[in-house]
Ligand binder design. Structure first.
Ligand code: ZN
Length: 377
């Protein structure tokens, strides 16, 4: 059985790659397939309270377009809201199935940054379509977001195989958590217990037997859960024993790897790299309104990382970075923070992010610089 794993364009490439890597360690009988179809959910967002159902016919207004040159989805909705309905989000999966002629027995799962109005962090339907919400896990779980997202992917496959429908699922999930895959989790942090036990309780095992749950899929699901559990445990050990991972910057463009954390790569854009290395070069910290004094240094760094040939855009980016009132610098600082928290969880992230030191109001990266090394390739 194939599992097509899609992502929308807001989901970080690093997290997506990591999820695929984790799933593909055990690639049988569920066969996980990466997708490079671009999915844009921007226009799906419609205003929660102003949506008027009587004037709004989803089917009529649902206009997926697929350009022939490069696979690219764009879905237009007429109204705006902060959270979309799960059904609206799942339409991406239906559309993918239709376009690529995917048989019913295969799974299509979308990883998305789009919030949904049930506030659920994953949702599967009776037609083997599901989505997993990818934001904010790092804050709750103190680990790479890819771990809980991977867990949710396999848990949703498990639910879609085991349960007939939502009522059936609700009837069989445990309202009191007991560390079973079928614990009903209300909040993202609640998934921690499930991930740490990596277990299926006896009563759920009986249910699986009654319903002839495929044994090889059970084995694969348990293997994936077990590998996630081990990662969480080794992360705990690392935090307790080593405190903070060594960082290696590789090659001319200084790709960033956390070598004690499974060699996770943190993928920064050229501008984010510029900002990050600028702060790394100043362990003493930088006063926010003195960035302009360092224009030449920023320029030299960006020259190294810039991969375009548009000089105007280069100059524009530098000017924006140097302007204290321009939000550009703050945006880079927060996108860097988000990528690091997504990769290592908020507790460990505090060592690597750019933060204001309350003692002297200077912005700095706390990381002990002896943890850093550079290699040529
Ligand atoms: Zn159970």
């Amino acid at each position: 059985m194939n599992v097509y794993l899609l992502k929308d364009n807001k989901v970080s490439e690093t997290i997506y790659d990591e999820v695929i890597k984790l799933l593909k360690q055990f690639n049988n009988p569920l066969y996980f397939i990466k997708s490079d179809v671009e999915i844009d959910l921007d226009d799906l967002v419609v205003e929660l309270d102003t949506r008027d159902a009587s004037k709004f016919n989803e089917r009529d207004d649902y206009r997926p377009t697929l350009s022939t040159s490069h696979e690219h989805y764009k879905i237009d909705f007429p109204l705006e809201r902060d959270a979309a309905s799960p059904e609206d989000i799942l339409k991406i999966c239906y559309d993918f199935r239709k376009t690529y002629d995917i048989a019913d027995k295969h799974f299509v799962i979308l990883l998305t940054e789009q919030a949904n109005n049930l506030n659920w962090f994953s949702f599967g339907d009776t037609n083997n379509n599901a989505f997993v919400h990818t934001s904010d896990w790092g804050y709750y779980l103190e680990c790479n977001s890819a771990y809980p997202i991977t867990y949710e992917v396999i848990a949703n496959i498990y639910y879609m195989i085991l349960f007939d429908d939502m009522d059936d699922a609700i009837m069989h999930t445990h309202k009191l958590a007991k560390g079973c895959i079928n614990d009903f989790c209300e909040q993202k942090k609640d998934i921690k217990l499930k991930m740490r036990t990596a277990d299926i309780c006896l009563s759920c095992q009986d249910l699986m037997k009654d319903r002839n749950f495929p044994i090889l899929i059970t084995q694969q699901i348990i293997e994936i859960m077990e590998s996630l559990r081990k990662k969480l445990v080794s992360l705990d050990t690392l935090i307790n024993q080593l405190g903070v991972s060594k960082v290696e910057f590789r090659g001319y463009t200084k790709k960033m790897f956390l070598i004690d954390l499974d060699n996770i790569e943190i993928k920064f854009t050229p501008l984010e790299k510029t900002v990050y290395h600028f702060f790394l070069n100043h362990p003493e910290g930088i006063m926010a309104n003195c960035v302009r004094d360092s224009e030449q240094e920023l320029r030299d760094l960006y020259q190294r990382f810039f991969n375009g040939n548009n000089l105007a855009s280069f100059e524009n980016s530098i000017t924006n970075l140097c302007d204290y009132l321009n939000p550009s610098m703050q945006e880079k600082v927060s996108s860097i923070k988000r990528k690091i928290v997504d990769a290592v969880g908020s507790r460990l992230a505090s060592h690597y992010i750019i933060e204001k030191d309350r003692n002297d109001n200077l912005y700095k990266i706390k990381l002990d610089r002896t943890k850093i090394s550079h290699t040529n390739n």
